[in-house]
Write a protein of this length. Structure first.
Length: 278
């Protein structure tokens, strides 16, 4: 990296499954010495209600962002959207559809847990969380399972019961990768493949690499830089944008502190130029 201006473009707050509020996250970004940030909550932009004004006060560059959950032939794909118009009806409506999808899917998972003698109410799942929460999902269910002493840890909940392919897993009715990209583009944003190294299924990765993305997340979490060469080469070949971020979730992912991955101002400028051209 050529200069010391750092932009962390991937983090979650209490609006989805992070443990710090948008306000706490922005203040942490400032005290960590970041120049800029994008809050990329799962399927919601609720954090921006608070974040836009506060970022200005703190003199932090805030780029609009979101991490949409999508599915390609049954496989889960996470898509980052950046720079879209925060008031675009297409984005707001898409986030509302996701809230409904998540509520329906949570109900399906709760039914399965009940069948397996682990009853939970919707209040058990959402009640303990911060009032800023807009989307809930399996991490919140896992938390409720711990509170009821059905499991000891979040990873045990995923491994034994709610992980993909487990007895209490439900996919719900996911959105496709194509419609997600289209929604981001309609709102004048760029669509980026999130954490490609986490995609274990090669066929899915190959399929989405041929879709209409604008870029790929090459720097991620606490992964050593030398392991990013593959993604940087790919981005160069496809003339795609390069993004990066920590995927900060607060205390539930202690190994991925805010600012543990980032892009410099050169890459950030390229990203801004691509957004302006949309
Ligand atoms: P959902 O969006 O409701 O399907 O939940 C997926 C989220 O759960 C991911 O974004 C991760 O933050 C978290 N997650 C997925 N797998 C695990 C796991 N094995 N252990 C802990 N957290 C996980
Ligand atoms: Zn998450
Ligand atoms: Fe993700
Ligand atoms: Fe994430």
């Amino acid at each position: 990296m050529k200069n010391e201006e750092r932009y962390d473009l991937h983090c979650h707050t209490t609006c989805s499954d992070g443990t710090m509020t948008p306000e706490e996250t922005l203040k942490l970004a400032k005290s960590s010495g970041l120049k800029g940030l994008s809050i990329t909550d799962h399927d919601t932009i609720a954090a921006y209600k608070i974040a836009i004004d506060l970022a200005k006060q703190l003199d932090l560059t805030l780029l609009s962002g979101v991490e949409f959950s999508a599915s390609h032939k049954g496989a889960s794909v996470h898509i980052l959207g950046y720079g879209f118009d925060i008031n675009a009806p297409t984005i707001t409506e898409f986030c509302l559809r996701h809230e409904k999808r998540r509520a329906d899917r949570n109900s399906l998972i709760l039914e399965l847990l009940k069948k397996h003698k682990m009853p939970l109410t919707p209040e058990d799942v959402t009640g303990p969380f911060n009032k800023t929460m807009a989307t809930s999902g399996r991490p919140h269910i896992a938390h409720a399972m711990i509170a009821k002493r059905y499991v000891h840890t979040i990873s045990e909940a995923f491994k034994k019961f709610i992980g993909e392919g487990c007895s209490c897993y439900a996919a719900g009715t996911p959105h496709t990768v194509e419609e997600t990209i289209e929604t981001i583009h309609t709102a004048k944003g760029v669509a980026i493949i999130a954490h490609p190294h986490l995609m274990s299924d090669k066929a899915t990765l190959n399929a989405i690499l041929n879709m209409n993305f604008d870029g790929i997340e090459c720097y991620y979490g606490n992964i050593a830089y030398q392991n990013n060469a593959r993604w940087l080469e790919l981005a160069e070949k496809k003339k795609w944008l390069v993004t990066g971020g920590s995927d900060f979730h607060g205390s539930i992912k202690p190994n991925q502190p805010l600012g543990s991955s980032w892009i410099d101002s050169e890459r950030f400028t390229l990203l801004q130029q691509a957004i302006a051209a949309k």
